[in-house]
Each structure stands twice: as structure tokens, then as C-alpha cells.
Design a protein. Sequence first.
Length: 278
Amino acid sequence: MPSAPTIAPLGPDHAAAARDLTTAVGWSHRREDWLLALAVGRGLGAFDGDGALRGTLMWFPYGAAFGFVGMIAVDPARHRGGIGAALMARAIEDAGERALLLISTVAGRRLYDRLGFRAIGANAAHVGIADKGGPSDGVSPARPDDLPQLAALDGAALGYPRDALIAALAADGETAVVRDGEAIEGFAICRRFGAGHVIGPVVAADPGQACRLIGWWLARRRGETVRIDVPAEHADLAAWLAARGLPRGGESPIMVRGAAPVSGTGVQRFALVSQAMG
């Protein structure tokens, strides 16, 4: 039986090995996707004695009270060897008093239940070839000086701050906004990911505004693979996306260990950044 791996921090030098591992489990992450995650989050790896990477986990601190866990991958040859549990135990220790959120896989649900996570919602990915956009009146590209408003809207929608993440996403991708004068009412970020593009987060005042923001991006990504992760409570948006060639996949529970965040009023999150980042 192989010896228990050592849990240690992941850094940018591990991005290629992490990409190879997630490719082995069927994920589409590029090295660049891993580098972005490592720049804004805290990575943990499970390493054999020879330095081989056998498991990964990322967790993302969002203010002093919350964090999000994702990108938990274990070498297929080492499944059921306790690697996932060891990575989660270290992440919980490192997070301290923070409440932790994650989106569970079927394989991971038993572990998360055992660690005290509970379901508070569900998410599903809409993936397909963008074949048509939609009405996008009032939508325009963001300006560099919009970043503080974007971060404030995102924090209001979720109930915790993600300023560094929003800044990194805006730099990595492009942002569309809806304005009322100089005030931003909603926004959607689109960026490269895997073999296509991801639209998210999408923060808006209402479903119609969310559809206009997403429609603006779909028109510009026509013929390309697009992914949008939509929480289950936004059934109207899910149906709208399915009608545009992005069918809804199977739902996965959104789980929390600790107190659930309480969002503000006026705006809602209609799409996640990703399953890994929330």
C-alpha cells in the first residue's frame, strides 16, 4: 500500500502538474486557469515522497468570515486512499473560524456530510455552442474605473467581499455592464477557460437584466463553446439559456460548513464565477 502523501502548499511552479492531474480526472483546466486560481486563492497539494502530485485543493478566502473550496482532484490511481479527506482537513484547519462553502460532486458528498457541511442550494452548468444572442439594450463594455462598483455589487449580491477575485477576473477577461447614469446596476464577466469561455459572475437587479447581459456576451461568442453556472433558484434564466443552445446539466448541491452568508438587497447573483470559486 502506498504511504500517506504529504500535504503542502501549491504554488505557481506546480501549475503544470496540477493541470496534468485535473486532465487525468476529466477536467478541462488549462495551465493558465490554474495560475489564475493560484494567484487569488490558496492551494494545497498531496505529494508522494518522490514529489509526485497526487491530489489538489484550492480554497479562496473571501473576507474574514467566509471561504470557498474547490478544485479537489485526486489521482485516479489513488482513489479511496484518504487523500481527499486529508486535503479537506488541512483546508478547514487553515481557514480557521471562516465558514466554508463548496459545490459537491456525487463522489464527495459523503465526505462533506461527515465534515459538517449542509446543503443550502444547488447549481448546474449550462454548456453548449452559443448559436444566438438576445436583446442586450443598455449593455456596454465596462471602463477601468468601474472596478470598485463591480466589487461592491458582487459583495452585496453574495454577502461577503471578493474584491481581489473580481479585480483578477476583470483583468483576465472582459466585463459588460448596465448603467443608470454613472451608477452600475449589473455586470457580467466573460473569460477564457478550458476549451472555450465562461460567463460569470453575473450580478443583476432582475432576471431581465441578467438575460440582457448574458445575451450581449452570447452574441459575441457565437459559434464558440460557452459555460454558465446558474443556481437552481433562477429557473427562468435556465430555461432562457436552454432555448439558446446551452442545456442545463445535472444539479449539484451548494454546501456550507458554518453560518450561511446573508446577501443584501437590490441585486442578485445569477451566475457563479465557477464551481470552484463560487
